[in-house]
Write a protein that binds this ligand. Structure first.
Ligand SMILES: *Cc1c(COP(=O)(O)O)cnc(C)c1O
Length: 440
C-alpha cells in the first residue's frame, strides 16, 4: 500500500507527526493541493476575463484565506462577519462580495456602508434587501449585483439545491420585473448578475445554468458587465465519484459568452465562486481509534473514534460519504478506500462512529441516516482513523461544542514539508468564557 493518502502530499508519517503536536482530533490541510486547485480555477478558459472568488464559508480560517488570496482569488462572503474576517486577514474590500440572507442592521449597518463605500460588492438577494440598500447605493453611486432565483437548481442532495422552489436564495424570476423597476426608480445600476444553483450537482446542470443566466442578462440587464455562475463545481471525494471538468465548463461558458458578444457586442466578464472544489480534498480529519466494539453475530463491527459529528457533520447532515484510511502508530497506511486490495467483504466491513452520545454520530451513514458499513482494515485502539475530503464544510460547519468537546486544532502542511499550526486547540475555559453562573 502507498505511503501517501490519495489526494495531495499527505503521508502516514505526516499524520503521525501532526497528531504528536496536539493530539487528536485535528484537521490537516495540504498547501500544495490548495494552490493546485486555485490554479485550476484561475486557469478556467474565459472569453473577456475571469474573476474567481473563493466561497469562504467552506473553510474560513485566516491562513487558508491568505493562501487562497495569494493565488489571486477574491472572496465570496455569506455574512458580514465573514467579510470582516476576510478583510482582517488582509484581503482588500474590493476583492470581496457579500451574498447574504440578511441586511445588517443597527451598528452593523454602519460597517456595511463603510465597507461598501471602500469597495466591497453587494449582491442583492431579495426585494426587501434592495429596498434596504438602494438609497445608500444610489447616493454613493455604487453599482450592485443581483442574485436571481432561476426556479431550477441542482445539488448533491435536496438540502444543497439552492435554485429550485424549495429554497429561497435570490430574487425569484417572478419578482425580477419589480426589482428592476424599483432599481430604475432609485437610480440603481445592476452591473452584475449572479446565480448559484447549488452544491455538487450534475455538471450538465451547471452548463444549463450558463445558458439560462446569459439569457437573463441579455433580456433583463442591459447594464450588466459581469456574469457570476456561482460555485457548486462537483468534487469527487470517493473513488466511485467524478469531479466536474472545470476546463470543459470554462470552455463552454467562454463559447456562450463569445456568441453573446457576436450577437450583441457585449463583452462580459465571467465570475465563479467555488468553495468545495478548492478545499474539499485538501483536508483530512485525523482521529484516533479509542475503542473497537461489535453488536453481536448479526450486528456490526464498530471503530469508535475520538472525533465524529462534532468535527465532521456532513455524513449526519447530508449522508455525505468521505473516504477512510487507517494509519498505524508507526505511520504505515494500513487501509485506504482507494486501494481495497487484501480486504475481504466477509471479514472487513466496519462502521466508523464518533464519541458523542448520539446514535447518529457516525461517519458512515446514508441520506436517511442509516449505518452503512464500509471496507476498512482491522484497527485497534491507538491507530489513527483518517477521514478524507474534510477540507470544506467540516471545520467551518461543526457543532463542536456538543458534548462539550472543544474546537479541534488545524494544521497546514507547507510546501517545504513543515507542519504549521494555523489554529490552536480551543480550551475548555474558552468554551465557557461567556457563561454566567446562577445569581442568588
Ligand atoms: C456556498 C456558496 C458557494 C460555494 O458552493 P460550493 O458548492 O462549495 O462550491 C458559492 N456561492 C454562493 C452564493 C454560496 O452560497
Amino acid at each position: 500500500m502507498a505511503d501517501r493518502l490519495h489526494f495531495g502530499g499527505v503521508s502516514g508519517r505526516t499524520v503521525v507527526g501532526a497528531a504528536s503536536r496536539f493530539g487528536t482530533p485535528l484537521y490537516l490541510y495540504d498547501e500544495a493541493f490548495i494552490r493546485e486547485k486555485c490554479r485550476e480555477i484561475s486557469g478556467m478558459p474565459n472569453a473577456f476575463g475571469l474573476e474567481p472568488r473563493y466561497a469562504m464559508k467552506a473553510n474560513s480560517g485566516r491562513a487558508v484565506l491568505q493562501l487562497i488570496h495569494s493565488e489571486g482569488l477574491g472572496i465570496d462572503a455569506s455574512s458580514l462577519n465573514e467579510a470582516r474576517r476576510a478583510h482582517a486577514a488582509g484581503i482588500p474590500l474590493g476583492s470581496i462580495m457579500l451574498t447574504t440572507q440578511e441586511v445588517p442592521r443597527g451598528a452593523d449597518r454602519a460597517d456595511l456602508e463603510r465597507m461598501m463605500a471602500a469597495g466591497m460588492r453587494y449582491n442583492v438577494c431579495s426585494l426587501l434587501q434592495l429596498e434596504l440598500v438602494a438609497d445608500f447605493a444610489a447616493r454613493k453611486k455604487l453599482p450592485l449585483s443581483i442574485r436571481i432565483h432561476p426556479g431550477q437548481g441542482a445539488g448533491e442532495s435536496a438540502t444543497r439545491n439552492t435554485g429550485d422552489k424549495y429554497s429561497c436564495f435570490g430574487v425569484h424570476l417572478a419578482d425580477l420585473p419589480g426589482a428592476l423597476s424599483m432599481a430604475g426608480d432609485r437610480g440603481i445600476v445592476f452591473d452584475a448578475v449572479h446565480v448559484h444553483i447549488g452544491s455538487g450537482g450534475d455538471p450538465e446542470k451547471w452548463r444549463e445554468n450558463v445558458d439560462r443566466e446569459i439569457a437573463f442578462l441579455e433580456e433583463h440587464l442591459p447594464q450588466a458587465e459581469r456574469i457570476n455562475f456561482g460555485g457548486g463545481l462537483r468534487t469527487a471525494r470517493m473513488p466511485d465519484e467524478t469531479s466536474a471538468d472545470v476546463g470543459a465548463l470554462g470552455a463552454y461558458a467562454k463559447r456562450r459568452l463569445e456568441e453573446l458578444h457576436t450577437r450583441t457586442g457585449r463583452k462580459i466578464v465571467m465570475e465563479v465562486e467555488p468553495g468545495t472544489y478548492v478545499m474539499a480534498n485538501a483536508g483530512y480529519l485525523v482521529t484516533t481509534v479509542i475503542d473497537v466494539k461489535a453488536t453481536g453475530p448479526d450486528g456490526f463491527q464498530f471503530l469508535v473514534c475520538d472525533g465524529g459529528m462534532e468535527v465532521n457533520a456532513r455524513p449526519l447532515l447530508y449522508g455525505s460519504r468521505h473516504p477512510f484510511y487507517v494509519v498505524r502508530k508507526d505511520g504505515t497506511v494500513a487501509s485506504s478506500e482507494f486501494d481495497s486490495g487484501g480486504l475481504d467483504r466477509a471479514r472487513d466491513l466496519r462502521v466508523v462512529v464518533g464519541r458523542c452520545c448520539e446514535s447518529g454520530d457516525s461517519q458512515s451513514l446514508d441520506e436517511e441516516g442509516h449505518i452503512v458499513p464500509r471496507l476498512i482494515a482491522e484497527a485497534s485502539a491507538g491507530d489513527f482513523l483518517v477521514v478524507g475530503g474534510c477540507g470544506a464544510y467540516c471545520s467551518s460547519m461543526t457543532p463542536f461544542a456538543y458534548n462539550s468537546h472543544t474546537q479541534a486544532p488545524e494544521l497546514l502542511l507547507r510546501l517545504d514539508g513543515r507542519l504549521d499550526a494555523i489554529r490552536r486547540p480551543q480550551t475548555l475555559r474558552q468554551m465557557t468564557a461567556n457563561e454566567e453562573g446562577l445569581r442568588n
